[in-house]
Design a protein around this ligand. Structure first.
Ligand code: ZN
Length: 541
């Protein structure tokens, strides 16, 4: 009896839902494990060779995804192309034909530090040379550059009001090379005042932020020593003999694909950032200069230790560059009101193949890509024209600097009409093996409260097995392709099932996907997007 009542109740609920919103339910029905698995297994297969931006595997993945959009009968929203007939076709009367492609092509400049890098210290009558990959490594270089300048030690290189801290007070870094420590005051002294403040305020300051501070103040290069890290351990030429590597069964270390950086031609050149060993730090600071120990001890008591360092440093950094062709894949469903646009996106590039290993990137970000394609398919199959226009975007070049989404934002004519962006980046795994299998984070623009409320309603009404940790952020510019949209004050939300031990490893395989969770996240995202695309007033802040 109880079962019968449940069935009757469930059917009544379902019927009323159908009556209310037949299209929404029809679309939802098309989202199932088979559809998701069929796409993801191919996308994360070895044939795609890790989908690294600008490589053949990346192009293959792109063609596959464009063909899915075509199969799902979505309208292309990429570049306008003109097909010009050849001489003979012209004789037959064929004319120029204008076509819109699914591909938005753009150029990116790949920069990689070359083998020859030189740094030397000139002090009094002495010149000390340092060796590349023994004493220092080039963390960032955007072009070949020679710098000769005096040195300033700036402690942690931080200027932060919350902490009441300024490493730059009392020293002039303009035209100089700054030497700094990685991390924050209080590191290495957990009971100190500084450590307590950092913990209380949950203070995080990235190297990138520190770099910006230093360059804004006129520094010409940055040297950083990280006391938490054994740099020389990382530089060793023969570290990987398989017994030492948890993630990679190889006798050689994967070449350092993090060394390769991509930038858009429109980006400004940036100055060199160099990581150095402890020995090099001590050599540079000299016998009379500040020491690491006294800097750490002073910092624990909230005192800075910045000071000029005797001598000059000559830096000669070199980079190899080449120009690559990248492609975003863009499709569109035209809404009743084409002036209101919503974008659903995920990056399809990943880290490629190195030393015979393939970074399949099943979770990062095959999972997000199939979320986008599956939602697009569901919208088409619902048979309903939404109120808003929806653009489905698969970004290239995310792993090397969010290039695809940035290029789109810089060039899209209708950017002012975009009122919501839904991002996916890694939605197919559990944070750790023993974490409950239904946990997911939703990061969203704090002011757009309906993003959370609507998601909560959908989870309840459609009995989705998801335990969502809603994380409201005033301006969620971090993490992924949401960055550029959030910077433009467009409300965003994105799902993320967390980092795991296979993150950015060759072991991010499709067998490890939690299919049930991925399916539920896609369903929830579809239901949310349906609601917002048909009731855009929900998004008004
Ligand atoms: Zn990713």
């Amino acid at each position: 009896m109880k079962y019968l009542l449940t069935v009757i109740f469930a059917s009544t609920f379902y019927l009323s839902l159908l009556a209310q919103n037949e299209g929404k339910a029809k679309g939802l029905e098309t989202i199932n494990r088979d559809v998701i698995q069929a796409q993801l297994e191919f996308l994360a297969s070895d044939w795609m060779e890790g989908r690294e931006a600008g490589t053949a595997g990346n192009y293959l993945a792109g063609d596959y995804l464009a063909s899915l959009f075509k199969l799902y009968t979505l309208k292309p929203n990429g570049d306008e192309q003109t097909l010009t007939p050849n001489r003979y076709q012209k004789l037959l009367g064929l004319k120029d034909e204008k076509l819109t492609s699914y591909f938005q092509e753009f150029s990116a400049i790949e920069v990689q530090p070359s083998e020859a890098q030189a740094i030397s210290l000139v002090r009094k009558n002495e010149t000390v040379g340092f060796q590349y990959k023994t004493d220092f490594d080039v963390s960032f270089v955007s072009q070949s550059r020679t710098v000769k300048a005096p040195l300033v030690f700036v402690g942690y290189g931080i200027e932060n009001k919350e902490l009441g801290w300024n490493d730059f007070s009392g020293v002039d870094v303009k035209g100089k090379i700054v030497v700094r420590l990685a991390g924050l005051p209080g590191d290495g002294a957990p009971d100190s005042k500084a450590a307590r403040i950092v913990a209380d305020k949950e203070l995080k300051i990235s190297s990138r932020e520190k770099n910006t501070t230093a360059f804004d103040k006129g520094a010409v290069a940055i040297l950083e020593y990280n006391p938490q890290k054994d740099e020389q351990h990382d530089w060793r030429a023969n570290p990987a003999f398989r017994y030492n590597e948890a993630m990679l069964e190889s006798d050689t270390k994967p070449d350092s694909f993090y060394d390769k950086k991509l930038r858009l031609p429109s980006d400004k050149h940036t100055l060199p950032v160099i990581s150095i060993s402890k020995q090099m730090l001590e050599e540079i600071l000299g016998e009379k200069g500040p020491t690491l120990e006294e800097t750490v001890a002073k910092a624990a008591k909230l005192k800075t230790n910045s000071q000029a360092v005797e001598g000059e440093l000559e830096i000669d950094v070199n980079a190899q560059t080449k120009v690559l062709g990248l492609r975003n894949i863009l499709a569109r469903i035209e809404g009743e009101n084409p002036n209101k646009i919503m974008v659903v996106g995920a990056h399809y590039d990943h880290l490629g193949k190195h030393n015979g290993h393939i970074w399949n990137g099943a979770d990062d970000n095959g999972s997000g890509v199939v979320a986008v394609t599956t939602i697009a398919k569901a919208f088409v199959e619902s048979g309903v024209k939404p109120q808003c226009t929806i653009i489905f975007a698969l970004w290239d070049g995310e792993e090397r600097g969010l290039l695809g989404s940035r290029h789109f934002i810089e060039t899209f004519d209708e950017m002012d009409q975009v009122m919501l962006y839904l991002n996916f980046d890694m939605v197919g795994r559990n944070g750790s093996p023993d974490a409950p299998g239904n946990k997911v984070a939703m990061i969203y623009t704090e002011a757009a409260t309906s993003l959370k409320e609507t998601s909560k309603e959908h989870i309840e009404n459609f009995e989705l097995d998801l335990d969502v940790n809603f994380s409201a952020v005033e301006k969620p510019v971090g993490g992924s392709d949401n960055s550029g949209f959030a910077k433009r004050d467009i409300p965003i939300f994105w799902f993320h099932t967390g980092g795991h031990t296979d993150y950015h490893q060759a072991s991010d395989h499709v067998e490890l996907i939690n299919w049930q969770k991925l399916e539920d996240i896609i369903k929830l995202s579809y239901l949310d997007m349906w609601e917002f695309a048909n009731n855009p007033e929900l998004i008004k802040e």
